[in-house]
Write a protein that binds this ligand. Structure first.
Ligand code: DAH
Length: 341
C-alpha cells in the first residue's frame, strides 16, 4: 500500500495540465467521491493496526499535497485563460470598423474659396480675433459715431473699451497694409463675432473671407471680372453676377454682389424669394482715405476689396436652410458632406 500511495503522490506532483478543465478532471479522479484517494481510504480500513500510524500519516500527506496542488494549478489555469482572452480576444471575430471623420462643410467651402483666389495670385493672410478699435473700425474709415461700433453689434472686452472681438475680417486688410507694400493681393479667412440673436439666418460667431487687391491702375472692371470668375468657379459655369450700389465706410464706390439663383436658374423660386438673385457679398474700390490712413499713396495706387460670409456661401451652395446646423456638429448633417476632398 505504501507503494501505491507514493506512486499517486508522484503523479500528483508531476501533473501538468493544459487547461482548467484538465485540472478539474484530475481533481475528480483523485479527490472525488469515487476517486483514488477514497479507494485508498477504504483499503486503509483493512490494514493491520501496527501499520495504521505510518500509513495514516502518508495518506494525510497525500491528501494535503493533492488538495494544495490542485488549488494552485486551478488558479494558474484561470490566470492563463484570462490573459489569453485579453491579449488576443477571439481572433476569428469580425473587426469593428473605425468610422472616419470628414472635413466640416465650412472648412471645405473656405478651402475652396481660398483655392479659387490662389489661382488668381492671392495669398492667405491672417489676423487676431481679439482686436482693437483701430484695426476693426478706425483705420477702415468708420466715423467715431458709426453705429457698427455700437454695443449692440460689437462684443467689447469689459473695462477695455478699445479691445473687442472683431466684427469682420476687414481688420486683416489693415494688418496687411501695415507690413506689406503694394502690390498686395491677399485673401483672409477667419472667425468673426457679433452680438446677434441666434436664428436660422444669424449667429453670434460666424466665418468671413475678405479679399484685398492693391496695385497701380486697379479698376472697378478688374474687380467685376475677378468676382465673376469666383462666382462661376463656386456656383457653376452658368452663374451670372450683378452688382447693386451700396455703402461701406472703407470702399467708394461700394456694391453688393448677387449671383443668379442656382436652384431656379434665375426664374424665381422660394429660395431667391422670386427675384432670381441671391446676395453673396459686399465689395468696392478701397476708399482713398483707407489707403492714406494705412500709409499707401492713393494718387499712385488703387485697389478693390470684398468680403463674404462663408456660412452664407455654403448655405447657397448646398441648399442648407438653417445656419445653426453648421454649429451643432450633428453627424447626420455632417456625413452628408463626406467626400474625399
Ligand atoms: N466687412 C463687411 C461686412 O462685414 C464686408 C465687406 C464689404 C468687406 C465690402 C469688404 C468690402 O472688404 O469691400 O459686412
Amino acid at each position: 500500500m505504501t507503494d501505491k500511495i507514493n506512486e499517486l503522490l508522484k503523479r500528483v506532483e508531476e501533473f501538468q495540465p493544459q487547461t482548467a478543465a484538465d485540472v478539474e478532471e484530475f481533481r475528480i479522479k483523485i479527490l472525488g467521491k469515487k476517486g483514488e484517494l477514497t479507494a485508498l481510504m477504504d483499503e486503509f480500513k483493512t490494514v493491520p493496526a501496527e501499520q495504521k500510524r505510518e500509513l495514516g500519516q502518508l495518506i494525510n500527506r497525500l491528501k494535503t499535497t493533492a488538495t494544495e496542488r490542485i488549488n494552485t494549478l486551478r488558479e494558474q489555469m484561470q490566470d492563463v485563460a484570462a490573459d489569453q482572452k485579453s491579449a488576443t480576444g477571439d481572433m476569428t471575430r469580425p473587426g469593428t470598423a473605425e468610422t472616419l471623420g470628414s472635413r466640416h462643410p465650412i472648412s471645405r467651402v473656405k478651402n475652396e474659396i481660398v483655392e479659387v483666389f490662389s489661382r488668381l495670385g492671392y495669398t492667405v493672410a491672417d489676423g487676431p480675433e481679439i482686436e482693437d478699435d483701430h484695426h476693426v473700425f478706425g483705420a477702415l474709415n468708420f466715423p467715431p459715431e458709426h453705429p457698427a461700433r455700437d454695443m449692440q453689434d460689437t462684443f467689447f472686452i469689459e473695462k477695455h473699451p478699445d479691445i473687442l472681438l472683431r466684427t469682420h475680417t476687414s481688420s486683416i486688410q489693415v494688418r496687411t497694409m501695415e507690413h506689406q507694400k503694394p502690390p498686395i493681393r491677399v485673401i483672409c479667412p477667419g472667425r468673426v463675432f457679433r452680438n446677434e440673436a441666434i436664428s436660422y439666418r444669424a449667429h453670434c460667431i460666424f466665418h468671413q473671407i475678405e479679399g484685398l487687391y492693391i496695385d497701380e491702375g486697379v479698376s472697378f472692371a478688374d474687380m467685376k471680372q475677378s468676382l465673376q470668375y469666383f462666382a462661376k468657379e463656386i456656383f457653376g459655369e452658368d452663374t451670372a453676377i450683378r452688382m447693386r450700389p451700396s455703402y461701406f465706410p472703407f470702399t467708394e464706390p461700394s456694391a453688393e454682389v448677387d449671383v443668379s439663383c442656382n436652384l431656379c436658374g434665375g426664374k424665381g423660386c422660394p429660395v431667391c424669394k422670386g427675384t432670381g438673385w441671391l446676395e453673396i457679398m459686399g465689395c468696392g474700390m478701397v476708399d482713398p482715405n483707407v489707403l492714406r490712413l494705412n500709409g499707401i499713396d492713393p494718387k499712385k495706387y488703387s485697389g478693390f476689396a470684398f468680403g463674404m460670409g462663408i456660412e452664407r456661401i455654403a448655405m447657397l451652395k448646398y441648399g442648407v436652410k438653417d445656419l445653426r446646423l453648421y454649429f451643432e456638429n450633428d453627424v447626420r448633417f455632417l456625413h452628408q458632406f463626406d467626400t474625399d476632398l
